[in-house]
Design a protein around this ligand. Sequence first.
Ligand SMILES: Nc1ncnc2c1ncn2[C@@H]1O[C@H](COP(=O)(O)OP(=O)(O)OP(=O)(O)O)[C@@H](O)[C@H]1O
Ligand SMILES: [Mg+2]
Length: 287
Amino acid sequence: MSDSPASGKTRMSTSLKDPDSMTGGPAFRRGTNILAVASGKGGVGKTWFSTTLAHALSKMGKKVLLFDGDLGLANVDVQLGLMPKRDLNDVIRGRLSLDKVVQEFEEGGYDIIAGRSGQASLSALPSQRLALLRDQLVDLANDYDIVIADLGAGVDRTVRMLSATATRTVLITTDEPTSLTDAYAFIKLGTAAGMSKNVSIVVNMASSVSEGEKTYRTLLKACENFLRLAPPLVGMIRHDPKVKETIRHQSPLLIRSPNTEAAEDIEKVAKEIWTMMADAKKAMASA
Ligand SMILES: Nc1ncnc2c1ncn2[C@@H]1O[C@H](COP(=O)(O)OP(=O)(O)OP(=O)(O)O)[C@@H](O)[C@H]1O
Ligand SMILES: [Mg+2]
């Protein structure tokens, strides 16, 4: 991989001029238990990963909130087959506070804040509004063991702000070359925005464990050579046809197909993430 991510996608070519525009608005607050789930390229499994990770952590006895932070193309509710009565739009329009739009997802044993699909107004929120939303999220996070924020692909203003607010960001890549170059571009742009030090990698849809490891090593090498960064690997999830099937049936993998490779992998990753978040919290407390 060279230092010229060839993606050329407009989403990845965000200009990063002043510190405020980098993190998406006024001086930011960071949560101590918020995990952002991001990716360079779209369609790598962020939403599936976020919902299934939330489920796995809930099975570990943790109190979990899943926040649909893909403000432009929200689809947590679609994947889970939910019909939310209230969503982020109510918060953004100032009708309700964030805690009032939380809903219980009983099947998965965790809470959800739904976004609203195709609402351009949500992705084009003024910075002040976005900052307000972020502050409410940081406050609400105190009621949970962990908050997972499913972000949109790329590194636009909303992603930058939510990633900067998060304690850690998990960057998802697959072994597809374009996904890998876009993951690298995310880290590179994120470095300029001062948010990359907290990025860890998950390789999703790996054709095998060794292929997944190879993918990670390729990304790591590029980061070490060109950015002097070594984002750690949290784990990998193998490609599994059951994932698509469970999404089609809108029923959680850990209920419908708990004995599959992807289920086994994500439960392992969930344990790693819990340890990583606990360590991060300790480090923040002693800083
Ligand atoms: N481990 C896996 N094995 C097989 N298929 C997978 C796996 N992970 C995700 N997928 C498939 O990838 C597709 C995209 O997943 P998903 O919608 O979660 O991606 P996304 O990154 O959230 O996309 P977007 O960027 O559009 O928000 C889904 O159809 C899902 O079935
Ligand atoms: Mg998604």
